[in-house]
Ligand binder design. Structure first.
Ligand code: LMR
Length: 400
């Protein structure tokens, strides 16, 4: 049977993990996979997570099944974190949340729900979008199409082109939007742009699917949820895929959730019941450990404050590195503008490099990034910023 199988190409992002690990160069630089790294280059377990985990070990009295929708305490806490406690959709009981195995699990069950509800809709994704959106959404049978989003030369959102593309879509079309910290570009919508997008979606009857994987790593927990909150307020139906991988550092625990906002209580219930069935048919139930940790953190005022502090520290470190990199590149590449790196948000920015340059940087300089030139800013250690800037400058044709 397996003779019929070809070996598929490596995942454009995850393939870098092994390549980096196998490189013996002592000064190698990992700007690849999107995990937060501290000044030492480590992805440490958050102190708050450790504390909540200790409590969990002492307090948990059963590991019996919780069911396909997961941990209800977690679901409630996450809906509040994303939408804010006083959101009108919560008050009107239009919101249902189902725990999922990471943001990926949330995207996948969301895609399956769309397929069940409206089998013919395509889903529009930004150009470019996170590489894994493609298999996650298309394996549920959705057809992906792209809307213009990013201008590589200026590093900014091509907002007018995006809006005219969305304007021409038939009602009912799904539109995937990155809630904050766009992956791979770091180019986010401003609050005014979110408002215009919300108005357009509402006028045209388009349905947003928000991917919120980096809440808190852009401008702040509330600020980064601005778009998702606005859409949930202005539109009858919204899907929001949430990940706790980055903001809680719980990557391998696979903690996420799908929030659905329905037109009314009954339709929200129907969506949630279908999601339970979908989950049962794919993985039955999500893993609990990470979700139980997040619930404990968010329910406990002291732990929640401590976690916010840790999150702020991550965000500020990224901000500092953005400044350092943009200054170092400006110095190394006279005549080129790198202010976009300062203006972009979250873990990623994209350098305007060809795949051949990305390859050379990996082979000759031991600097790792995916082929599209996306860089994980937090992977830059302070003492390596100049090295990276000058190496990139050579690829831009600058001589030292
Ligand atoms: C990334 O974009 O690098 C992360 O979200 C990790 C992944 O699964 O691709």
């Amino acid at each position: 049977m397996f003779q019929t199988l070809d070996v598929p190409p490596e995942d454009p992002i995850l393939g870098l993990i092994a390549a980096f690990r196998n490189d013996p160069a002592p000064d190698k630089v990992d700007l690849g996979v999107g995990v937060y790294r501290d000044e030492r280059g480590a992805t440490a377990v958050l102190e708050t997570v450790k504390a909540a985990e200790q409590r969990l070990v002492t307090e948990q009295d059963s590991k019996t099944y919780l069911g396909p929708t997961g941990n209800e305490r977690f679901n409630e806490a996450i809906a509040t974190m994303v939408l804010g406690a006083k959101h009108a959709a919560l008050r009107d009981s239009r919101v249902r949340t189902i725990q999922a195995p990471g943001g990926c699990g949330a995207l996948r069950i969301g895609a399956e729900l769309i397929k069940r509800a409206n089998a013919t809709t395509p889903i529009m994704v930004s150009d470019p979008t996170w590489a894994n959106h493609v298999p996650l959404l298309s394996s549920a049978g959705l057809q992906l199409e792209r809307y213009p989003y990013y201008d590589r030369a200026s590093g900014t959102v091509q907002f007018d082109r995006m809006m005219s593309a969305l304007e021409s879509l038939p009602a009912g079309t799904m539109v995937l939007l990155h809630g904050a910290c766009h992956n791979p570009t770091g180019a986010d919508l401003s609050t005014q742009q979110w408002e215009r997008v919300a108005d357009l979606l509402s006028q045209r009857g388009l349905v947003p699917f928000v991917d919120l994987a980096y809440q808190g790593l852009g401008d702040g927990l509330d600020e980064d949820a601005y778009g998702a909150r606005l859409l949930a307020e202005k539109l009858p139906e919204v899907l929001i895929a949430v990940s706790c991988s980055k903001n809680f550092g719980l990557y391998r625990e696979r903690v996420g959730a799908l929030i659905v906002v329905g037109q009314n209580r009954q339709q929200a219930d129907a969506a949630a019941a279908n999601l339970g069935k979908i989950a049962r048919g794919i993985y039955s139930m999500p893993p609990d450990h990470g979700a139980a940790i997040v619930a404990r953190i968010l329910e406990d005022a002291k732990l929640a404050t401590q976690w916010r502090r840790e999150l702020t520290k991550m965000r500020e470190r990224i901000g500092g590195l953005r400044k350092a990199l943009s200054e170092a590149l400006t110095l190394a590449c006279p005549g080129r503008d790198f202010s976009q790196i300062l203006n972009q948000r979250g873990m990623f920015s994209m350098l305007d490099l060809t795949p051949a340059s990305v390859d050379r940087l990996r082979k000759d300089k031991h600097i790792y990034m995916p082929g599209d030139g996306r860089i994980n800013i937090s992977g830059l250690r302070e003492q390596r910023v100049d090295y990276v800037a000058w190496s990139v400058a050579e690829e831009f044709g600058m001589n030292r």
